[in-house]
Design a protein around this ligand. Sequence first.
Ligand code: ZN
Length: 306
Amino acid sequence: MKQHTLKKSYEFRGKGLHTGAPGCLRIEPAPAGHGILFQRTDIEGCPTIRAIASNVGDVSFNTTLEENGVKVVLVEHILSALAGLGVDNALLKIDNVEVPVLDGSAAPFAEAIAADGLLEQDADRRFLEVKETFTYRDDRSDAWVRVEPCDRFEASLTIDFNSPVVGVQTCVFDPTVDYLTQIAPCRTFCFFSQLEQLAAAGLVRGGDMDNAIVIVDREADEASVQRVARIFNARDIEVRQGYLSNVDLHFDNECARHKMLDLVGDFSLLGAPLKARITAFKTGHRVNNAVAKILLKQFTQDTPVL
Ligand SMILES: [Zn+2]
């Protein structure tokens, strides 16, 4: 199988979910062997940040990459779109610190790119093959990830937030599942009860009713409804148990599918497509990236060129 890049460049404008800052992400084709590279065009010298697990910094509410003190925030959705579509090489120019959140999914990126198709390049795609099964257990929660050898990329995950609204959800992704229609449209989500805490921490400044699914596990009191309405710049928020303002879900298990979207993005930080079977239980960016770092170390030992 050959490497692929984009047929043309694309621009996406919007605000950052956490910083609220407006930004423009320009995705350009890149030569074979280039990989995925971010470039901060708003900083003198236009420094680059490689999309590689060893550059992962903060993973509390998103995946942040950092190289030589230069950061780019919320990289996982665009990286997921590129990996999900099979893009090996691209240059991602950004004029701010955070990738625009758009609708909270990977669909705007994936649909634009898929509409034009990809450009096949004159170089073979290199795959990373897992040789031995291992299980990573998180020391701060009951989350775990099992990684097994497989002749293709397969992942299955389970989420369980002990939420009466979300319940226990599962999602499976392998080459028979169409990333573009089944995974890319699934939006990020958070719990109503977390919103004030996130806002107090200076996050979700760009959050609104159009870029995140908000889960309400119990009736909220009027004061917190008003505070959240201010955070989300929204009037007439309807708060009752369920999904805030009765948002229409794209799939019954949209939350699990979004976690799969994130997982695909996080595991793309190995720098080449992975052949492995991943089983993930209650994981998020922190655990995904811990496993990606272990794998990266293994592959770096196998092939020092990485
Ligand atoms: Zn996400």
